[in-house]
Design a protein around this ligand. Structure first.
Ligand SMILES: Cc1cc2nc3c(=O)[nH]c(=O)nc-3n(C[C@H](O)[C@H](O)[C@H](O)COP(=O)(O)OP(=O)(O)OC[C@H]3O[C@@H](n4cnc5c(N)ncnc54)[C@H](O)[C@@H]3O)c2cc1C
Length: 465
């Protein structure tokens, strides 16, 4: 792979409308990293407006042998949208048209740069529902969501982005166009190349159009917050809810450290006697939601909840959600640096996983907080450390390895929703086994033999023995 050069970028400029390509230092700096905040090296940026332009860019890249990193809105925390060695960044954000919302086919056709939240609002106005809801939905694009198979708050009941992709158009390295799936709700012809694209982190092709599945909008919604005295109360509460036969659309937990950090960042003292909280959201028909709320309250109190609050109006619901929504910004405000690991385990193993992770962190100077999607046992474990202290960086690296061993030993995964990017490559062979990695490396070579699409992401550089 070659880095962008001025003559190569000039040839790209001449193939596209005038304002598309930029390589001034401030633009290159802005695109050198994403939410991972790890430094990268950007050789130039192209902001495309159409599929034809994407095809021209990938034709140019193949001829020039220049690496290309596709970018939605850069909210990936794994380093997956970050150029490493002077690649061209292909910015898809301006391809942001909702092409169609079809209530009869239960389908939406969109360009990949549409933010997830924009589609959610548009389909809800039509009485429909697009369930995938990453916490970044206001900013992250549907193309990025599909390329990472984003999960989020409603995955427990409704599944992840993977479950809502009906069709897509993908431009391959060199410029060929691959059309997969469509509006048929069932389709079993051949290998499932569309699912292969989902979660492929921009390493196999560039998505230029998506057909997404919609469902009818639920008529009622109700939020419940339950407080517990100890750190593991929230997990007992989550089990109590599902044991009652209730399947909430969101089932989120926050541990004591998370609650302390959110309170301190907001300038108030942590609530005395509250060691964890569970945030539940129910949806469905009016009567069904009312019955489920009653079952939940009974279960939560039996599991030891010291307080159970119910919110029916949108204003009350927003208030109950505010603590959960404030976590990310509060942690950024209160910590010098954090490493966030979105581990997943079988639901029954979640309390044990958190116990062992806390015990491992207690042997180091690193503070750990655990919050997230307790419903599907996909927790965000944040490790807070000071990168100016070399011994803390060493502890962090050892701790992360230990945490991944803990979750894999319990039958879990090193990433439930964020993916691999660059940050988790050292652990991917341990997680999947050498045979699965070798087959995947072969698939990558089939689509992109010159390693030009998002180079250095997802798989180790050397072929695994
Ligand atoms: C505050 C915050 C909260 C978050 N909450 C969640 C959450 O709840 N659940 C969750 O799953 N994630 C979450 N994330 C992570 C992130 O938002 C998701 O991974 C999201 O799907 C990335 O979308 P993006 O548009 O920002 O893509 P980018 O970060 O720009 O790119 C991500 C990957 O997708 C590829 N890509 C982007 N567009 C295309 C395309 N058109 N064709 C091919 N490849 C493409 C890129 O090359 C890269 O590999 C969160 C992030 C933040 C900062």
């Amino acid at each position: 792979m070659r880095a962008c050069s001025t003559p190569a970028l000039d040839r790209l400029r001449s193939a596209l409308p005038a304002d598309r390509v930029a390589d001034d230092p401030s633009t290159r700096l802005a695109y050198a990293t994403e939410a991972s905040r790890e430094p990268g090296l950007c050789g130039g940026v192209v902001r495309v407006r159409s599929e034809a332009e994407v095809r021209a860019v990938l034709g140019w890249a193949k001829t020039e042998q220049v690496g290309v990193v596709t970018r939605g809105s850069g909210t990936s925390p794994t380093g997956s949208a970050r150029p490493l060695a002077g690649e061209l960044v292909l910015d898809m954000a301006a391809m942001n048209r909702i092409v169609a919302i079809d209530p009869r086919d239960f389908a939406a056709v969109v360009e990949p740069g549409v933010p997830c939240g924009t589609l959610q609002a548009a389909v809800e106005a039509a009485g429909l529902f697009y369930p995938p809801d990453p916490a970044s939905s206001r900013f992250s694009t549907l193309g990025g969501n599909v390329a990472t198979s984003a999960g989020g708050l409603r995955a427990f009941k409704y599944g992840t982005t993977r479950d809502y992709v009906l069709g897509m158009r993908v431009v391959l390295m060199g410029g060929e166009l691959l059309s997969l799936g469509g509006r048929s709700l069932k389709d079993v012809v051949g290998y499932d190349l569309m699912r292969l694209m989902v979660g492929s982190e921009g390493t196999l092709g560039v998505i230029t159009e998506l057909t997404l599945r919609l469902i009818p909008a639920p008529r009622a919604r109700l939020t419940i917050v339950a407080s517990f005295a100890d750190d593991e109360g929230a997990f007992r509460g989550a089990d109590a809810v599902t044991a009652k036969g209730v399947f909430p659309r969101a089932l989120e937990s926050m541990d004591r450290t998370t609650l302390e950090i959110v309170a301190t960042a907001a300038g108030r003292a942590p609530e005395p006697g509250v060691g964890s909280r569970l945030l539940i959201e129910l949806d469905g028909g009016e009567a069904e939601v009312a019955t489920e709320a009653r079952h939940c309250e009974e279960g939560l109190r039996a599991a030891g909840a010291s307080e159970v609050l119910l919110a029916k109006t949108p204003e009350e619901q927003t208030r109950l959600w505010s603590e959960r929504r404030a976590i990310s910004s509060s942690v950024s405000k209160m910590a010098v640096a954090k490493s966030s690991e979105d581990i997943g385990v079988p639901r029954s193993a979640l309390p044990e996983a958190v116990r062992r992770i806390r015990a491992a962190a207690a042997r180091t100077p690193i503070r750990v907080l655990a919050y997230g999607h307790a419903g599907d046992a996909n927790l965000h474990c944040n490790f807070l450390y000071d990168p100016r202290r070399p011994e803390e960086k060493r502890h962090l690296s050892e701790l992360k390895r230990e945490v991944f061993e803990i979750v894999l030993g319990l039958g879990g995964t090193i990433s439930g929703e964020h993916g691999i990017g660059t940050k988790k490559i050292p652990y991917v062979t341990r997680a999947l086994g050498p045979l699965a990695v070798r087959i995947s490396q072969g698939v990558k070579r089939l689509f992109d033999p010159d390693e030009l699409l998002n180079p250095g992401k997802l798989w180790p550089a050397e072929e695994v023995a």
